[in-house]
Each structure stands twice: as C-alpha cells, then as structure tokens.
Design a protein around this ligand. Structure first.
Ligand code: OXD
Ligand code: MN
Length: 589
C-alpha cells in the first residue's frame, strides 16, 4: 500500500461518496487475481473456458446496450470551452463534477471498491506515468491487470508525488441514459459512470493514455499518439522502428503483427511488435524521437482475426485472455467469432446470452466489436525491446486511411510541417470497400479525432513545435493507402504481409537509399523501387496505377480540406494554412 497523502485523501473522499461495503487494494500478486477470477466465475460475471484448449482464459458478456465506446457521451471538461476545441464534446467542470457525483453517490452500496494502482509504460521508466483506478467491477480489475502494469511496485515508484491520474469508475445500473465518460485534463481526473465496456472503463487506455496524456504531452513537451509501433529487421539484423496511425477498421493490429511474405522470410526479414494502439514519444538524449508502448496487452477486435489474417494475434489469445461478447461453444467450452474459421459451432450461446446455432442462425454469434484482452508477452513477435523503458528510436511516422481513389499506395511528405499537414487531413471513406462506391469522407486527423484531450488546432501546433525541436533528426513522415479499389470494387493492393514491401521502401527513403518522384502532394516511389518479387498476378503496371497522383482529384480534395480547416478558426496554425496554399499552388501548375 501507500502513504501518499494525495492518494489516501482522494480515496477517502471517493469512499465517502460511493459508500462501498469493502475496499480491496490490488497488490499485483497472482494469488489475489486468481481469487478474483474465482469470485467472478461464482457470480456468473465471467465463465472459465476449456483449460486444456484455452488455459487461463475467460468469457464475459457486457449488457447488450453497452458494447462500444460512446463518443457522443464522452466529454472534455476543461475550464474554458474553447480549450476543448471544436472536435470534442465539452461540459463545464463544475457542472460535470456535480452531475457525476450525483450519479455516483452511494452506487457502491453492497459492492466492493477495488483500488488499482497502475503504470502506463514499464514501471519506473522516464516515459511512464502512474494512474489509480477505483472500480466496482472485477472484470475491470482483471482487464487492467492484463492491459497495464498493476500492483504495489507502482506505489513504490510514485512515492509521495502528486503526479498521478485519478480514475473513478462506477458501473451503477449500466443505464445508457446516464452513461458519461468525462475527462478533466486540468485536474488529471477521469470519471466514467454507467458502463462496463472496455474502452469506456479501462481508464488507462483511451481515457488516460490518449486523452489526458495528449494534454500532458503538450504541456510537458512530448507526444501521446494513437499509433502502433513496429520494428522491421533486415537480413543484416538491423532493426528500424516505425509508428503508424490509422482510423478504426484499417488493419492496425494486423500491420503491427505483420508476417513477412515468404521471399522476405527466406532472406531473414522479421517484423517485431512493440505496440498495436498507442505510442508515447519523447525526444531522447541523442535528439531523436523515441517511443514506448504504454500498454501491457492488446485489446483487439475479435471478428475477422484468424490463422490467415493475423496468426500472431490469434496465438496471442490462446492463453491468459479475457474474451468479451464473442460466441460460446458449449460442446468444448471454447469461443468462436465471425471470421475465425468456416466451422461455426451448432451448440452455442451468442454474445447476448441466447442459444445460438452457427450453422442455421441468421444472427451474429459474436458482436462485431467483440474483443480479446490478451497479454503482450504472449505475442510470438513481441519485440525484445517491449519492456525497455528507454523506448525505441523512430525512423518513420506513417499515416493512413481507407480511400478508394485519390490517395496513392504510399507517398512521403516534403518535410516535417508538410507531414503534419498530411496527418491533419487523414481520412477514411465509409463502406466503400463493400459496395465499390466511393463513400463519405470522414476526416480523422492523426486518427486522434475521438482521443485528443484538448483543442485540435493547438494539437497541430504542438506537432509543429516538436518538429522544430527535432530539426534534422525528425522522423520522416509518410502516408499509405492499402485500400485502392478497381472498377469492380476489388482491392488492388494485396495488403497484409505484402505491406512489408511498402515499409521497405519507406525505410529505404529514411536511409537515403532510393530516389522518388516529386508530385504536387509529395514524393511517390518509382514503381521499380517497390519489390514485387514473389507477388503473383500483380504487374508493375498495376502498381504504377495505384501510385499515380491525379491532380484533378486532389484539387477536389483540397476543397474538402479547406472546408474541414474552417472548423479550427484562428487556432489553425499558420504553418498548416501555408501547407494547404502550397498544395493548391502546386496543383494549379
Ligand atoms: C480501439 C479504437 O479500440 O481505436 O483501439 O477504437
Ligand atoms: Mn485504437
């Protein structure tokens, strides 16, 4: 336990508010966690799965009205409304505290308060930050114990410091009408009520490691980003690290755990996963940008994960994993989800808890946002640097989106500020893949739209200032688009492991090994410089097609960006305005 006065005072106040029957301090010891697993199974909160096939694995079902993050009920409660910016919902902090305390009041009656001390980042690393989450859910405790580093060692590094993030989670009655996920960046505080779904209640993840941390990073001179981190090892054994940001449903976890194509494997290439969702980045003593993954596990989407799409993720989930809202195969007490294999169970229970026959039912067995919470150490390609508190040095930052046309397979920004511009205009098209139609463009700057804890215009400015500090040691910035469609609506680029071909070009560019063609939007590869060896039925002409930059389409894109930028008013940095003007000028030439 701790003698930290700021911690003890806060817990006393919260106890007086929510009035639990008991208080249990999470120590991080396996015996305590095992007791909690047993208790959760005895109450039906979790189901223990087949110990031989899925050792140490459990199934949990959330309430049917509580299956995803709730962006419309997520608030940034900064003192001034303008500091939350035009892309966040805002609530006055005084009003928010009052409303939340009214909801939370007495809500732990008959329940236990669990006190979870946790570290985002390896405990004691200069990147790491401490949080304390109070919860009335064993499911939350057990998920936090996978996703973060929990236990007494965290108190030891915190000492009597007041630099820690307060998190209060109250399940209450899981009332969707009274569900709120509120962040108080100026107070290092998060309050989440009336939900039991991971993204809303595992407060270390989106709430702390992105929304609160992005604000801390701006004030303290570092960056909290919605990015995977991977290392590409070449046959000489050299490893270069890349971070990448994509909106949801663009294959971020798949890219993070990529398996190289056969020809690359034979030569000795390997991809190492450092993180699949969040990167905290700081300028190191050598002036370069270094990154850690603040998390300790993967909270991945289950449907679509299979032996082909992501064998590494699948293997990661084979032990010590909590599954949420997937189908339960009663014949062998295992789990199943759409896209796992072509053999759905006939004698099963669906994610809602109803009897389900996967062969005959028209309903889905698993919720489309069903999840696995799996320890990072299970991952067959977890980086040897994963626990390194000094982080890994970043050579390239990659942005991406899902665009049927317009955006080429890959391009490099002209320089850092132009790269910030490229990140700021990131976008995906809805449903384009399924129908072949060009969908609605949704802008999602740096994939941070739902996760930036302050004014996005100031966030762009912070990126520009980081570039000034990094100078010529700054990582190079790229954009990729794996999702170009042909006239029939088929994906042109094979994607998955073959994306390594593009990563190789990116790394070669960082090392100054290859030339590129200058276009209005940036540098595009000469098709010959992307290795197509071993890629069946894919010609260099097809590649040329998806590398083309169509100035007409980009002129339209520039109009869309102009419109989008209006949102930020005078908090749009002049540097980004200048980048847009520069793009328009080059397109007009
Ligand atoms: C996630 C998300 O769950 O970005 O990681 O929605
Ligand atoms: Mn994410």
């Amino acid at each position: 336990m701790t003698q930290n006065k700021s911690v003890l005072d806060w817990i006393e106040n919260m106890k007086a508010l929510v009035t639990p029957d008991n208080v249990v301090w999470i120590t991080g010891e396996e015996a305590q966690l095992e007791e909690l697993r047993k208790e959760a199974c005895s109450t039906g909160e979790m189901i223990k799965l087949n110990e031989e096939k899925l050792p140490g694995c459990y199934l949990h079902r959330t309430a049917v009205n509580d299956v995803a993050r709730v962006e419309d009920r997520t608030f940034i409660c900064s003192k001034k409304e303008e500091d939350a910016g035009p892309t966040n919902h805002w609530m006055d902090p005084e009003k928010a505290y009052k409303m939340l305390y009214d909801i939370a009041k007495g809500s732990y009656k008959g329940r236990t308060m669990y006190v979870i001390p946790y570290s985002m980042g390896p405990v004691g690393s200069h990147f790491a930050k401490v949080g304390v989450e109070l919860t009335d859910s064993i499911y939350v405790v057990l998920n936090m114990a996978i996703m973060t580093r929990v236990g007494n060692k965290v108190w030891d590094v915190l000492g009597d410091s007041n630099d820690w993030v307060r998190g209060l989670h109250c399940k209450c009655q899981i009332d969707a009408e009274k569900r709120y996920i509120c962040h108080f960046p100026e107070d290092n505080t998060i309050i989440s009520v009336n939900s039991g779904y991971g993204g809303n209640v595992l407060l270390g993840k989106k709430c702390f490691a992105l929304r609160i941390a992005s604000f801390q990073g701006k004030n303290e001179g570092w960056m909290a980003e919605h990015m995977l981190i991977l290392g590409v090892q070449n046959p000489k054994g050299e490893i270069k690290y890349v971070t990448a940001a994509f909106p949801s449903a663009c294959g971020k976890t798949n890219l993070a755990m990529l398996i190289p194509p056969e020809g690359y494997r034979a030569k000795g290439y390997k991809v190492w996963t450092v993180g699949d969702d969040i990167a905290w980045m700081r300028i190191g003593p050598d002036g370069r940008l270094w990154a850690i993954n603040p998390e300790n596990g993967f909270f991945g989407v289950a449907p679509g994960t299979n032996e082909k799409s992501n064998p590494n993720a699948l293997h990661t989930t084979r032990q010590g994993t909590i599954f949420t809202n997937v189908a339960h195969n009663l014949d062998d007490n295992t789990v199943w989800w759409e896209g796992l294999d072509k053999n759905p169970p006939e004698n099963a229970v669906d994610w809602k808890g109803n009897p389900w026959n996967g062969k005959t039912s028209t309903e889905k067995g698993a919720h489309p946002n069903s999840r696995f919470t799996a320890p990072a150490k299970n991952c067959p390609c977890i980086s040897p640097e994963f626990e390194n508190g000094a982080g890994v040095p970043i050579s390239a930052i990659v942005f991406g989106g899902r665009r049927a046309q317009t955006t080429p397979l890959v391009y490099q920004s002209r320089d850092w500020n132009n790269g910030v511009f490229v990140g700021s205009i990131m976008a995906s098209e809805t449903t384009a893949a399924a129908t072949g139609a060009v969908g609605v463009v949704r802008r999602d700057p740096m994939a941070m739209l739902p996760f930036c804890g302050y004014h996005m215009g100031d966030y762009f400015k912070h990126w520009i200032e980081m570039g000034e500090k990094l100078g010529d040691k700054a990582p190079k910035i790229f954009n990729v688009n794996w999702f170009r469609l042909d006239d029939e609506g088929n994906f042109i680029w094979p994607g998955f492991g073959d994306n390594l071909r593009v990563l190789e070009w990116i790394i070669d560019r960082c090392e100054g090994k290859v030339d590129a063609e200058e276009t209005a939007i940036g540098y595009v590869p000469h098709a010959e410089d992307i290795n197509l060896e071993g890629l069946k039925d894919f010609s260099i002409d097809t590649l040329k097609g998806i590398l083309k930059v169509d100035n007409g389409q980009w002129a339209k894109e520039a109009e869309g960006i102009e419109e989008f930028y209006k949102k930020f008013g005078d908090r749009l940095p002049a540097e980004l305005r200048a980048e847009l003007d520069g793009l328009k000028e080059r397109l007009a030439k």
